[in-house]
Each structure stands twice: as C-alpha cells, then as structure tokens.
Design a protein around this ligand. Sequence first.
Ligand code: 13P
Ligand code: SF4
Length: 305
Amino acid sequence: MKDLEKLNFDEKLEKLKKLKEERDAVILAHYYVNEDIQAIADYIGDSFFLAQKATELKKRTIVMAGVYFMGESVKILNPGKTVSMPDIGADCPMAHMISVEKIKEMREKYEDLAVVTYINSTAEIKAYSDICVTSSNAAKIVNKLKEKNIFFVPDKNLGNYIKKSLPNKNVILNDGCCPVHDEIDVNDVRAYKGKVKILAHPECRKEILDLADFIGSTKAIIKESGKYDDVLVVTEEGIFTELKKKYPNINLRKLKKEAICNDMKKLTVDKVIRAIKNNENQVEVDKEISKRALIPLKRMLELGA
Ligand code: 13P
Ligand code: SF4
C-alpha cells in the first residue's frame, strides 16, 4: 500500500471503511492510544470493557489497538477469530514483572492461596493464575474469593490499594509496577489538593492515591469527571481525548509533567489500516496456555460484571 502516507484523514477513513467490510473486521481501542486512532475505532474502553466487548462481537476479525496483553486476552477469549494488532511490538513492560517460578514458590508456601492476576500480564502468567482482574473490578473480585491469602501480581501499586481496601484479606504484593504511573511526581499532584477534585488511576503510587478524591479505572475516571467542573486527572494523557470530547465545559487539568505510555503511542492509523489489509501482526497463543488462561479470564468476566 505505497500511497497510504499521502492520503488525508478522510481518505484513510474511506479506505478503512471498505477494508473493514471486506475483511469483516472491527476495531477496538484503549483510551491511551493516539487521538486519531480513537477517532477511527468502533469501540473505545478500559481493559475490562474491551475484554468483555470482544466476547460479544460477531465479526471475523478483531483489531485490538492497544498493547500486546490486550490482543492476547482477546485471542484467548476468541480462539477461532483472527486477532490483529496495529503494532505487535507495543507491549506493557509491567506484564513481564512476574515469573511462573515465583507463583509456584508462593503456592508451596501457602495452602490457602489465590493467585490474582492483573490483566496486564502475559498469557503464560494467566495460565498459572486462579483469576484475572482489571483496575475496574479488582477489589470487588478479591472480596468475593474464599481464600484469605491473595498473591496479587504483577502490580504492587494496585495490589497495595486492594490491600488497604480489604483488611480482611492477607494481600501479598509482588515487586512490579507500571513505569508510567509509578513515575508521576507526587508534588505535581499535591499542588492541587483541596483546590480541584483529584482523580487517579490505581496504578499510581500510594502517596498519590492518598491525595486522590477518586480512584478508578480509565472508564471510571471518565464517568466520575462528569460530576465536577474542575478536575486533575492523574493517569496517562491519552484519556484526555475522551474527556475533552465528552466534557467540553469542564476545566480538565493535566499534570505538569504528562504521563505518557510510549508503547501505546507506537500505534498509528496507517498501522491499523495495514493490519486489516494484510491480516498483519496476528496474535497467536500456544493452545495449551490459551486453554488454561481462558479459565481465569472467564472467571473475571463472571465475577467482575
Ligand atoms: P484501564 O483498565 O483502567 O483502562 O487500565 C489499563 C492500563 O494499562 C492502565 O495503565
Ligand atoms: Fe502498561 Fe503502564 Fe502503558 Fe498501561 S500505561 S500499558 S500499565 S506501561
């Protein structure tokens, strides 16, 4: 597709429309991808919404505009479909911050243990887990589990938030985190305390969550923002695309040093078009791992709904 770069946005949109029909394809996108991709997506959402939506779609091809674990989850939930990614190299570093060996070690140590895995993880880790969660349902799901000991992986910040919310559980943390959220400067947030409503993602460090008026997933933050006139949104900057569209009259404040996920930003509209046209960057998951990983993902969809 030599001339793709020369087309303007409307021409690309037209091309995409035809290609989607030809390939029977649908585009899912996360709130952190670039604005133009959010504009061409059929559905935009947080990790839970995207996983759930993927199970409801009738299309033969699903293009997951996000990072690799998102495409992998869609493929595990839809093994018979073609799942493509605009950029297969867009990966979430936190997904690799826990090992199967560590999980096995913890299972030996505790008899009454549930391994609760954040969806930001590899298929292999999911295969060794009891249940998956996302930031929108983690506390709700953990609270429903019969086990008292919870090994929460890979995110220590989300894990710590759950630990604080559920004192009845013994939540054991793993030393992993999202580098983008973990690096947000607490002073940047403190400057707004008491002046505007502070809404933060639970992947942020404890000092930041302690300052927040509301803690939730990207989707929950967007919904909550609608209740106020002036908000500081503490998460990856891509969320502002939807916030600005939905609430043109709200004073939406950004961090002084914006949080940017370079992996989400690797995606472009041209890469989305190529993925559909050439059936490029297809996600493949080992059959055995996929079968095992489907169990905790399905449990999440049941308990998290
Ligand atoms: P959400 O599920 O809240 O959209 O978060 C996904 C993610 O990767 C946050 O960094
Ligand atoms: Fe992973 Fe953080 Fe990027 Fe989300 S923002 S995809 S957790 S690196």
